[in-house]
Design a binder for this molecule. Structure first.
Ligand code: UDX
Length: 439
């Protein structure tokens, strides 16, 4: 079986490599020549555990190909996945120009029946727009080639993308064509999912499922951050409350960790986009508007605690920051709370010394440039720093040598943005510990 995957971002590259790994002949296509050349040489555009290995292995075995030529890639392919970016436009809605440009090119270049499946997160009704773009390109050629569109949203998490793809909780496929459904069935067969974990539905429902899933997860986080902020005020401990409510299986113990707010490429963008879609249909998603509002405010909470401890003016002070990426095991800095915290500290006159195991190159190149001093390891960041801020819960920060931390810091104060440290233990070591959601 042969397929093409257009777009070699997180979703496209991971999907392409994983499909190849189960024996499918995959061509990954991108317009970025440099990126394609690098991939051919085994250089990954992103950091993702396990990805490099799987890409190199399948490229060498000849099952995974990289190309800038979409026309060639879809020759003989049964499915073409669209996995290009849908960046938020100025008004928060997902910008479909890349998706529709690919659809148009597919229409211009396809030579046989093809299933065109969208993996990018796209607003409801995009399936119809993709269909129209392909049909109009075919019409211009005077061609009546048959084709089908499908929506096959991707639920993988950064940092665990390969694992999530190879062992998914479920696969959602929006489809309205029997022949296409059979092809998709064959494609996903190697993943050996029991029948009810592949969920077929109509295309708009599949498109909506992706937004509803991310919006629900974002809601859990904002809800918990809101409760955590109240816990601090009334003298309760959000960590205990989390355990207390999470043991109810109807609530569940996942995604209820209070912190410095959610970031990344999906939650902020998708929450904005679904609010926007609702507005277009004259409906107000009040819960999600609040979810967004709470999250925006949550990114300021850690810097506010620093100011509450040291005073509004932090002039002449230096803070050590552990972690920059929006979450561990990724170099992704998109919408990272670290960027907001750094701006806040700097605006109050402080300097920041930062260390992140993998995201520093990304931070330097695209996001916070020279706003911080980048350090070669976690301890170097502490030298001459007034206090430590833990922003991303990378494993290597979990059990530091507190003796060394205490000696290097000017003040034994820790602002723990992810509640990974044991307050009582730190206090017994002479530290002042500020978590999220407790006094
Ligand atoms: C998310 C979805 O999980 C995934 O299914 C979808 O395909 C894309 O969006 P991702 O953005 O990679 O994946 O990260 P995720 O692990 O979900 O974390 C998102 C953010 O929420 C991070 O900033 C994380 O720190 C934060 N978070 C998560 C919390 O603050 N508390 C929690 O309890 C869980």
């Amino acid at each position: 079986m042969k397929i093409a995957v257009v777009g070699t971002g997180y979703v496209g590259l991971v999907s392409g490599a994983c499909f190849a790994d189960v024996g499918i002949d995959v061509t990954c296509v991108d317009i970025d020549k440099k990126k394609i050349e690098k991939l051919k040489n085994g250089i990954m555009p992103i950091y993702e555990p396990g990805l490099e290995e799987i890409v190199i292995r399948n490229y060498k075995s000849g099952r995974l190909h990289f190309s800038t030529d979409l026309g060639e890639a879809i020759q003989g392919a049964e499915v073409a996945f669209i996995a290009v970016g849908t960046p938020p436009g100025q008004d928060g809605s997902a910008d479909l120009k890349y998706v529709l440009a690919v659809a148009d090119e597919i229409g211009r270049k396809m030579t046989d029946y093809l299933v065109v499946a969208t993996k990018s997160t796209v607003p409801v009704t995009t399936g119809e727009k993709v269909r129209a773009a392909i049909q109009s390109a075919l019409d211009k050629r005077g061609s009546n080639l048959p084709f089908a569109v499908a929506s096959n949203p991707e639920f993988l998490k950064e940092g665990a993308a390969v694992e999530d793809f190879l062992r998914p909780d479920r696969i959602v496929i929006g489809i309205d064509d029997d022949r296409a459904e059979q092809i998709m069935q064959r494609l996903y067969k190697p993943f050996q999912l029991s029948g009810d974990r592949i969920i077929y539905m109509d295309i708009p429902s599949a498109e909506m499922t992706k937004y509803a899933a991310n919006a629900m997860l974002a809601t859990k986080i904002s809800f918990m951050n809101d409760i955590a902020n109240l816990c601090e005020r009334v003298g309760a401990d959000a960590n205990m409350v989390r355990k207390g409510i999470g043991s109810d299986p109807r609530i569940g113990n996942k995604f209820i960790y209070p912190g410095v707010g959610y970031g990344g490429s999906c939650f902020p963008k998708d929450v904005k986009a679904i609010i926007k879609t609702a507005k277009e249909y004259r409906y107000e998603l009040k819960v999600l508007q609040a979810v967004e509002e709470v999250n925006n405010a949550q990114k300021f909470v850690l810097a506010d605690k620093v100011k509450a401890h040291f005073g509004e003016t932090l002039r002449g002070m230096t803070f050590a920051m552990w972690g920059l990426s929006f979450k561990p095991n990724t170099d992704d800095m998109r919408e990272a709370p670290a960027a907001v915290i750094i701006d806040e500290l700097r605006a109050a006159g402080a300097q920041v010394k930062a260390y992140d195991p993998v995201a520093m190159e990304e931070a330097k190149a695209h996001y916070i440039f020279d706003k911080v001093t980048y350090c070669k390891d976690a301890y170097e960041a502490l030298v001459d720093a007034d206090a430590l801020l833990l922003v991303t819960e990378w494993s290597e920060f979990r059990i530091p040598s507190w003796d060394v931390v205490g000696k290097l810091l000017k003040n034994k104060v820790v602002f723990d943005g992810r509640n990974i440290y044991d307050k009582k233990y730190l206090e017994s070591m002479g530290f002042t510990h500020y978590g999220i959601g407790s006094k």
